[in-house]
Design a protein around this ligand. Structure first.
Ligand code: ADP
Ligand code: AMP
Length: 244
């Protein structure tokens, strides 16, 4: 095989390989993709790449891409594939060779998944694992209505602290805001329905390739992180540069 999975980057003490993972974290809006991806990325030294965060950054900076995508995002529609795939490709190509990453919110269509496969094959690289976080629909609206994000660094917050919203980010001091697409129950419903319609073929696709792992996302943030780490530890036992 020619994939990243089989290429240890360097050897540490003993026979523990130091190497980087290339992961996808999937799940419906509000399932905890951002929260978990960030925790994992910090732990395993991978880059957290959220297409939603990248798009919001373009919106805030009023780039021409930002102008193009604003309408889609506000309504809870997906940004067209050709725009999304081009942006993701640029981002991946900007990483140092072999750098690990966690994709959060991509792919969202089968077409995106297949284009990504082609991109990886062209770069003689491949995915290590796809984690799908499952949370029942009835819990998602509740989470999304309460979500706040930092306008500066995109850190995600889980609503109340003592019944009050925090005003500023504990990470960077930026202002906490509500996302426009989290403010309207109809838009939230539309996003959830889109996920239900479009995710099954993607899940099938990765299941067929034998790299999909489903995780129960209804526990606490720490419980879900532990469950994901357990999957990583059992899948990549003895080949990782970090300990679980
Ligand atoms: P996604 O990236 O999948 O849309 P987020 O990570 O932004 O989801 O989480 C959505 C909201 O739910 C946030 O307000 C977050 O703090 C909260 N949240 C995340 N994980 C959990 C969890 N395990 N239990 C309860 N709330 C959670
Ligand atoms: P997220 O932050 O992942 O909830 O994404 C917010 C919004 O960004 C989505 O509702 C879409 O409008 C857009 N978006 C993010 N990722 C994608 C993607 N892979 N394909 C299309 N649109 C996306």
């Amino acid at each position: 095989e020619d994939g990243i999975r089989d290429q240890p980057r360097s050897r540490g003490l003993g026979d523990v390989y130091k190497r980087q993972l290339q992961l996808i974290v999937m799940g419906p809006p509000g399932s905890g993709k951002g929260t978990q991806s960030l925790a994992l990325a910090t732990d395993i030294g991978a880059m957290h790449i959220s297409t939603g965060d990248l798009f919001r950054h373009h919106e805030r900076s009023a780039t021409s891409l930002g102008d193009q995508i604003q309408g889609f995002m506000k309504k809870g529609d997906l940004v067209p594939d050709h725009i999304t795939i081009a942006m993701l490709k640029d981002k991946i190509e900007s990483l140092p060779d072999g750098k690990g990453y966690i994709l959060d919110g991509f792919p969202r269509t089968l077409n995106q998944a297949i284009s990504f496969d082609e991109m990886l094959t062209a770069g003689s690289s491949k995915l290590d694992l796809v984690i799908c976080i499952d949370v029942p629909e009835r819990q998602l609206e509740h989470r999304l209505l309460r979500r706040m994000i930092c306008a500066e660094c995109s850190l995600v917050y889980g609503s109340h602290v003592g019944g009050e919203y925090d005003e500023y980010c504990k990470n960077c001091g930026g202002e906490l805001q509500k996302r426009v697409d989290d403010s309207d129950k109809e838009v939230i419903g539309h996003r959830l329905k889109k996920y239900l319609d479009l995710s099954l073929p993607i899940i099938d696709h990765y299941q067929t390739h034998g790299i999909l792992h489903r995780i129960d996302g209804t526990g606490s943030v720490t419980e879900v992180t532990t469950a994901i780490k357990r999957v990583l530890a059992s899948t990549f036992k003895g080949t990782l540069s970090f300990n679980y």
